[in-house]
Design a protein around this ligand. Structure first.
Ligand SMILES: [Zn+2]
Length: 357
């Protein structure tokens, strides 16, 4: 797969919400060789590559978020353990006994979230999961508070999971932060495909910040891009493993990209949904559906912005989201990119108008 290197690079890169600079740099570097896009950055650090050449033409925005869930340092206790504040939604049992990177002013420091050993636990304790995020601490090997300060740690330092990408069998890829580096990689891929083509509409490739802490980059970019349509690329929740049920999540790895039909933050634009379903079926791309009780994503913010922008979320099914180790299927990635590529090549002002009206 030609985009495998960029996928690996984006997954391993450091970029918790509010600290997306490294992701921004990787993406900006990929766009450097493309000639039809101009780069702008907003006040929250979101970056937009546009070819808005003709003001009379409609504007389509393709969106993905750069940030991943993480922490910042809250304080250092007297024994030198790091206490943290969440950036985004962590399940407490996913945070324990993991490796972390703390980024200080001068260097990256590796730490581990400690856990009580089984030897001291009562039979009752053994059955219960970690209860609150407040119990979490990170051990960086410091001997006391002043030692931790000496190595450069201070409140506000960002923290992200430490996790390297590994290729599993059957084109499956293990890594962190597929949410939403997969969307970022797709946008880069698509921009390269359309760089040489003159399209009958204007395009924005929008890479947002701070999605995981309340769709903040989506709010500002929805305002400045003046989009007529928003297609947001995300991860879908795969439910195809033991003890997950179809009622919780129905997507399966390897069966193609998904359309989000329902979550707690939005319903898709119906015209856009019908249009994308037709493009998928015309091109033999299998679509899955995501119907969740929770979730919230940038498309929801676009939809509520300005006069109400027709928006939809497309997802790449992912197992074990918001953890150090998540799994995707590269065939879903390719089919997702192909689907959006067909959309890009099929849209024209008439079709856009019929979606909007
Ligand atoms: Zn996401």
């Amino acid at each position: 797969m030609n985009n495998l290197n960029i996928l690996k690079q984006l997954s391993e890169a450091f970029g918790p919400s509010g600290f997306e600079e490294e992701i921004n740099a990787i993406i900006s570097n990929e766009f450097k060789s493309l000639k039809s896009f101009t780069r702008t950055e907003d006040g929250l650090g979101s970056v937009i590559f546009s070819n808005n050449t003709k003001s009379s033409l409609p504007v389509i925005s393709f969106v993905a978020h750069m940030d991943e869930i993480g922490y910042i340092v809250k304080y250092i206790d007297d024994r030198g353990f790091i206490k943290v504040q969440n950036l985004g939604g962590w399940l407490s049992q996913a945070m324990i006994n993991q490796r972390w990177i703390i980024r200080t002013e001068n260097n990256d420091i590796i730490g581990i979230s400690g856990i009580k050993t089984i030897h001291v636990m009562t039979p009752e304790d053994r059955k219960s999961f970690h209860k609150t995020n407040n119990e979490l601490f990170i051990d960086v090997g410091a001997t006391n508070k002043s030692d931790a300060i000496k190595i450069g740690i201070k409140p506000g330092n960002p923290i992200a999971p430490y996790s390297k990408v590994i290729e599993l069998n059957n084109d499956r890829l293990l890594g962190k932060a597929w949410d939403d580096r997969i969307g970022c990689a797709m946008l880069i891929d698509l921009a390269k495909r359309v760089d040489d083509i003159t399209l009958p509409y204007n395009i924005n490739f929008v890479f947002t910040t701070q999605e995981e802490i309340g769709l903040r980059g989506a709010m500002t970019t929805a305002y400045i891009t003046n989009s007529d349509i928003c297609i947001n690329l995300e991860v879908g929740v795969a439910g195809d493993f033991p003890y997950m049920t179809k009622d919780e999540a129905q997507e399966e790895l390897g069966l193609g990209p998904s359309i989000f039909l329902h979550d707690s933050s939005m319903l898709p634009d119906k015209n856009l949904q019908n249009y994308i379903e037709r493009i998928a079926s015309d091109n033999g791309i299998n679509l899955q559906y995501e119907v969740l009780a929770g979730y919230g994503e940038d498309g929801a913010m676009y939809q509520k912005s300005r006069k109400g922008i027709p928006a939809i979320n497309l997802g790449i099914p992912t197992r074990y989201l918001h953890c150090h180790n998540s799994v995707i299927d590269l065939n879903d990635y390719s089919n997702g990119v192909n689907l959006v590529d067909h959309i890009l090549n099929d849209l024209n002002p008439d079709k856009i108008n019929s979606i909007i009206n």
